[in-house]
Design a protein around this ligand. Structure first.
Ligand code: FAD
Length: 220
């Protein structure tokens, strides 16, 4: 069965540089609907290369935002980093199934686990849904990479910093998971690089968590 996706052009409204290599691109939404957790397939207008980016902004915002980390020698991200207001992006989507139904978020504690820009879909969830019983666990190298942490309730947000001692936990997110307690009825949502996701799922399994309650979005 083939699916057809919406295809459109969107002007850049704003670009905010958060660190030397991470930035938020804000673009026209043009009335497009989406389900928080979905992503856009994005390329510069006229370019032939496209990449996927989770929608970072919430449902009620009049724009779309994506959170991008420039990959050294990457094909697309160095070009996105140079975007300025008025430039246009070509978009396919929104698409994807890394979403959280009302039924799930009302009946289970939600544990969100991300590395780096993998926080983007969770930022969209908490910006869109006010009724979530959640914990956000974010793994980064340095605390300057705690992108968008202002959207999360302080008592529900844990920053794991592997190269600095100024987060809530010094070490990788996987080390944090080994020590943390989770209610057995928790649903686990993991987003970021495949190595972290694989290791984290193994750790959660050894803690007795059910693999049917684990969902992942792999970035690379
Ligand atoms: C569903 C989905 C959602 C995504 N959402 C986001 C998002 O919100 N923000 C975001 O920044 N990226 C996101 N990505 C990754 C993104 O699509 C690109 O792969 C990434 O931006 C690199 O593109 P590039 O063309 O610059 O590098 P490429 O030329 O495609 O890749 C160069 C090399 O870098 C590796 N690589 C890719 N991404 C990274 C990374 N982040 N860090 C280190 N190495 C990497 C690749 O495996 C490859 O070996 C998502 C991917 C998927 C599948």
């Amino acid at each position: 069965m083939s699916e057809t996706y919406h295809h459109s052009f969107h002007k850049i409204l704003n670009v905010r540089h958060l660190t030397e290599n991470t930035f938020i691109v804000q673009l026209e939404r043009n009335g497009l609907n989406f389900i928080p957790g979905q992503h856009l397939v994005v390329g510069k207008k006229g370019d032939k290369e496209f990449r996927q980016y989770s929608i970072y902004s919430g449902l009620n915002e009049p724009y779309f935002e994506i959170l991008v980390r420039e990959v050294a020698k990457g094909s697309v991200t160095p070009k996105l980093k140079k975007l300025v207001p008025g430039d246009e992006l070509e978009i396919n989507g929104p698409m994807g199934y890394f979403t959280l139904s009302e039924q799930r978020r009302q009946s289970h504690p939600i544990v969100m686990i991300a590395t780096g820009t993998g926080i983007a879909p969770f930022h969209s969830w908490v910006s869109s849904f006010r009724d979530m019983n959640y914990q956000m666990i974010h793994g980064v190298r340095k605390s300057e990479e705690a992108y968008g942490n202002g959207a999360f309730r302080k008592d529900r947000f844990r920053l794991c910093t592997s190269q600095e001692i100024n987060g809530h936990f010094h070490g990788r997110v996987t080390e944090y998971l080994k020590k943390a307690y989770f209610s057995p009825d928790s649903l686990f949502y993991l987003c970021g690089n495949s190595e972290m996701i694989f290791d984290a799922m193994e750790i959660l399994k050894t803690k007795g968590m059910n693999t049917n309650n684990m969902f992942a979005e792999v970035y690379f």
